[in-house]
Design a protein around this ligand. Structure first.
Ligand code: MN
Length: 199
């Protein structure tokens, strides 16, 4: 059984960047919904129930065809939100190996941020923007719907949910304002930890 992970903060922890109502609905309705639907998809396949959602997403071709799309969508919804909640925190300094890597691979933090904002803004419709590790290099990518970089062999270390449900209550159609606000609540300690593991 997959379960909703406990949040390490309250729903209002990221006001005003992310409002409390959005956090609560996002976590208790959207994320919970993906957890429930993933469990339902796996009901007929006890041998898959003990696998982590990351393992399922990395090996989608081994998932039986009749549930493959459901696992891609709902498993992705579970894993993507799990990561999203983990990489949020207030007052974390941009530091460590990830700082060195971003500054050397994107030439500066400003260039990195510019590129991330461009990719997150340009993602058409629902999806996610990511910083991933691939072949020991950092890449900024976006995926549609709940598609996970794990399914294309890339290791996600930072992500931003750009589905409208993630920002519409507060920002309406102003996705760029939401993306800008996100940059003030990134848990760089966690991103650094994931970077060290993923490279
Ligand atoms: Mn979401």
């Amino acid at each position: 059984m997959h379960t909703l992970p406990k949040l390490k903060y309250s729903y209002d922890a990221f006001e005003p960047s992310i409002d409390a109502d959005t956090m609560e609905i996002h976590y208790t309705k959207h994320h919970q919904g993906y957890v429930n639907k993933l469990n339902i998809s796996l009901e007929e396949y006890p041998n898959l129930q003990d696998k982590s959602v990351e393992d399922l997403l990395k090996n989608l071709s081994e998932v039986p065809q009749d549930i493959r799309i459901a696992v891609k969508n709902n498993g992705g919804g579970v894993a993507n939100h799990n990561l999203f909640w983990e990489i949020l925190a207030k007052d974390k300094e941009f530091s460590g190996e990830i700082k060195k890597a971003i500054e050397s691979e994107f030439s500066s933090f400003e260039k990195f941020k510019e590129e991330f904002i461009k990719v997150a803004t340009a993602q058409f419709g629902s999806g996610w923007a990511w910083l991933v590790v691939h072949n020991n290099k950092l890449e900024i990518i976006s995926t549609s719907n709940q598609d996970s970089p794990l399914s294309i062999g890339k290791t996600p270390i930072l992500t931003l949910d750009v589905w409208e449900h993630a920002y519409y209550l507060k920002y309406q159609n102003k996705r760029p304002d939401y993306i800008e606000a996100f940059f003030s609540i990134i848990n760089w300690d966690k991103v650094n930890e994931l970077y060290l593991k993923g490279r």
